[in-house]
Design a binder for this molecule. Sequence first.
Ligand SMILES: [Fe+2]
Length: 140
Amino acid sequence: MKNTKLIKELNNALSLELRAIILYSHYSAYVQGIHRIHLSAHFNNEATESIGHANIVRSAIVKLGGIAVTERNTLKIKHTKNYVKMLEEAYETEKRAAQCYFEILKKLENFNDDELYDSIESIYFAELRSVEEVRMILSN
Ligand SMILES: [Fe+2]
């Protein structure tokens, strides 16, 4: 089946989104200190954004006739109460996601499905914006 490799990559992206949902929800709950005021909401928003991305990717897998994963990527989520460490983990998470969608877009270039390309591209741009946002938060 010609879509097998693409479905596999989309499932990898989905597993990363499922991991991001847990990572951000976890950090939103545990972030401490004065920065909790804004970072708790920020992490919560990122978790919500990841749910949206997961829904789009899952729908794409359904459209291609695949079976969407229900397990998160097994990459360890580091527990911490330190907001800088949380942001560093968020930075790595966003960079990983952006790279993953970049690779999928390359495969979709000759796939002849504009709707699918556009939906993945919109996620890719959102990940790039998140990478830049976390980079700025970590800069001083
Ligand atoms: Fe995402």
